[in-house]
Design a protein around this ligand. Structure first.
Ligand code: SF4
Length: 374
């Protein structure tokens, strides 16, 4: 992603908070934006918000949820740059994203490339290859997920064509510096179709652009289906357990609970065999009600298997059942990041060693800032 240069901000005051704490706070409080600033509020995963570049890295921050209005943080822009202010005082220069060039291209059918894939973080191309889910709008749906929202808004295509995705990846790499790809998907009722579609998309991208591809999906009942992803050239894979607390999993993500924690564990082990240690990951969302010790316990269980626990704060998305919640307290996040960083170090895992996807991108979490310490 190209960013507009930061302001040469002689008005930025000396501020005692370190940049790491500011980034954690930004993800917990959100950032109030000027009205014209681009943001997104749909899609799978932690989708609401915008990306800024701060202290040398891309960071996604909430911008549109109910709690953002009371955040001490605001963005001020002038021609050519921007600063983040805390309680009205400019504290950090930031860069704001420039609209990617590939967004302006269209497929032969007239679909905008931006309806097929988006730029995430600094250099990650991301697409939800099936923008619906067999569980969407049922009692089984994950309560934090907004997968159907962008389709309802007409912002995206329901099912991405592998060839089109391949073309988008080529242009995104050539024109906007994209270096890796994240593919996520809602589930079809036929899991072999879901896996096959992901495999065709990944194959098309790697064949055309050579970019490493990360895929995210529910663990299939038949784990041997994952071989197809490996054969398609997929570099890394994510099965998102979200929490290690079975009660919370049942209330927040009933379909995942019904799938069962054991199937996730089996998929993690199978995935590590196929893709290698550090190339399998799971989101662990802080803020669903799980206490810190339980989060650290499940993270350690994953680390022991060679699975990267991608710990990140809850991002309540407007329009989802969790929209009225608040992200977790920043002090809780810092304490958890520090404990997970020690685990990552002890088990020889690192975000820098991930070949593709959310772990490599890191923009929705501040985990990588704490890793450097250990
Ligand atoms: S961490 Fe994942 S969801 Fe967040 S911006 Fe990066 S690729 Fe997208």
């Amino acid at each position: 992603m190209q960013f507009r240069h930061a302001l040469d901000c002689s008005t930025t005051v000396r501020f005692t908070m370190d940049m790491r704490s500011i980034q954690v706070e930004l993800q917990s409080f959100g950032l109030r934006l000027p009205p014209y600033f681009p943001a997104r509020n749909g899609g799978a995963g932690p989708a609401e918000g915008c990306t800024i570049r701060m202290a040398g890295r891309a960071l996604t921050v909430p911008t549109q949820s109910h709690y953002v209005g009371s955040s001490p943080y605001s963005l001020q822009t002038q021609a050519g740059g921007a600063v983040v202010c805390r309680e009205g005082v400019a504290i950090a220069e930031v860069e704001i994203p420039v609209r990617p060039h590939f967004y302006d291209e269209t497929t032969p059918q007239g679909e905008s490339f931006s309806s097929i894939a988006l730029l995430h973080g600094a250099d990650c191309l991301a697409s939800t290859v099936y923008q619906n889910c067999v569980y969407w709008e049922t009692q089984q749906a994950c309560k934090f997920c907004g997968i159907g929202l962008s389709f309802d808004r007409g912002a995206t295509v329901l099912e991405k064509d592998p060839d089109m995705l391949g073309s988008v990846a080529v242009q995104a790499a050539a024109r906007d510096g994209v270096r890796h790809v994240t593919l996520t998907t809602g589930m079809h009722s036929d899991e072999s179709y879901t896996v096959g579609h992901l495999a065709r998309c990944a194959q098309s991208i790697t064949a055309g652009s050579g970019l490493p591809v990360h895929v995210q999906l529910m663990p299939p009942k038949d784990l041997s289906l994952l071989d197809e992803l490996k054969q398609a050239g997929v570099a890394t894979i994510g099965f998102h357990l979200e929490t290690g607390d079975p009660g919370i999993l049942e209330s927040i993500a009933p379909a995942k609970s019904r799938c069962g924690i054991q199937r996730f564990m089996d998929a993690f082990m199978y995935g590590v065999e196929l893709f290698g240690s550090n190339q399998v990951s799971s989101f662990i969302i802080v803020g669903l009600g799980e206490d810190a010790d339980s989060i650290v316990r499940i993270a350690e269980k994953l680390c022991r298997l060679g699975v990267f626990p991608y710990v990140l704060p809850l991002r309540p998305i407007p329009g989802t059942p969790l929209s009225s919640l608040w992200p977790p307290d920043h002090r809780q996040m810092i304490a958890i990041y520090k404990r997970i960083a020690e685990l990552l170090h002890d088990y020889g895992l690192s975000s820098a060693a991930s070949k593709a996807g959310c772990v490599r991108c890191g923009a929705c979490s501040c985990m990588c800032l704490f890793e450097k310490e250990t």
